[in-house]
Design a protein around this ligand. Structure first.
Ligand code: SF4
Ligand code: FES
Length: 258
């Protein structure tokens, strides 16, 4: 054996260990519901799959769907915390499955996965989002301006932009609204997400629809239903200070300063 042969043998790991990521078994206990069953009723079902340290809950769910039970139904699109479609209740907390690492959960016992609360379940983890989006549409989530079309762009200072920066980050995942006990008991309540999106325009210096939006949210199902429980802030995967935004809208309603 030459010196070069020896060096290569010392340095090169075997194919089986090269880049290996440790794996472990994880059990997901998933709340299921099939509306087409003879007697539709929700039930729990457990699945155990092999996962890796870098896997998220969404990866384990993909594995179940693709390798064990193709009928498992859930929403997801981007898989990277942007589209907001995979909010679910994981171990009793609203989170995005694509942003929740298995290694951050206690995998010594089954991980509970349920649909978000307060919205009608359509199948397994898929809920009807229409009531959520109806409230969103109601607060008019678009720039409202009057007068003639401007001949140049509508200018805004960095300070004016900063005023509503936090609420621009919303991805409409519904984690906040569906973690709110007021929303659970009264599905008519606008909910935190609608108020966050109203905030985004009310405090935009270019917008002229603030008074209208405040009028809408002054409704008996509007901001005054908020009990400042902070569940929404805790649930938001974008780190938006949801409760603070709701408080600012309440204050604007009283002071009419925005
Ligand atoms: S405020 Fe946060 S939790 Fe609520 S819908 Fe927007 S991104 Fe989701
Ligand atoms: S799949 Fe898009 S946010 Fe999770």
């Amino acid at each position: 054996m030459t010196a070069l042969d020896t060096r290569e043998n010392d340095a090169a790991p075997s194919d089986s260990t090269m880049g290996a990521v440790p794996s472990f078994d994880v059990t997901l206990r998933i709340r299921r519901f099939n509306p087409d069953a003879a007697e539709p009723e929700a039930y729990w079902e457990e699945f155990t799959v092999t996962a890796h340290g870098t896997d998220r809950v969404l990866d384990a769910m993909h594995k179940i769907k693709w390798e064990v039970d193709g009928s498992l139904t859930f929403r997801r699109s981007c898989a990277h915390g942007i589209c907001g479609s995979d909010a679910m209740r994981i171990n009793g907390r609203n989170r995005l499955a694509c942003k929740t690492l298995l290694k951050d959960l206690d995998i010594s016992k089954p991980i509970l996965v349920e649909p978000i609360k307060g919205l009608p379940v359509e199948k397994d983890l898929v809920v009807d989002m229409e009531p959520f989006f109806a409230s969103y549409r109601e607060i008019m989530p678009f720039l409202i301006t009057g007068g003639n079309q401007p001949s140049a762009e509508r200018r805004q200072s960095p300070e004016q932009r900063e005023r509503y920066d936090d609420t621009t980050k919303c991805i409409l995942c519904a984690a906040c609204t569906s973690s709110c006990p007021v929303f659970w008991t009264d599905g008519q309540y606008f909910g935190p997400a609608a108020i966050v999106n109203a905030h985004r325009f009310i405090f935009d210096s270019r917008d002229e629809g603030g008074a209208q939006r405040l009028e809408i949210l002054n409704d008996k199902e509007g901001v005054w239903r908020c009990r400042t429980i902070f569940n929404c802030t805790e649930a938001c995967p974008r780190g938006i200070e949801v409760t603070k935004a709701i408080q600012e809208v309440k204050r604007a309603m009283i002071t009419r300063a925005f």
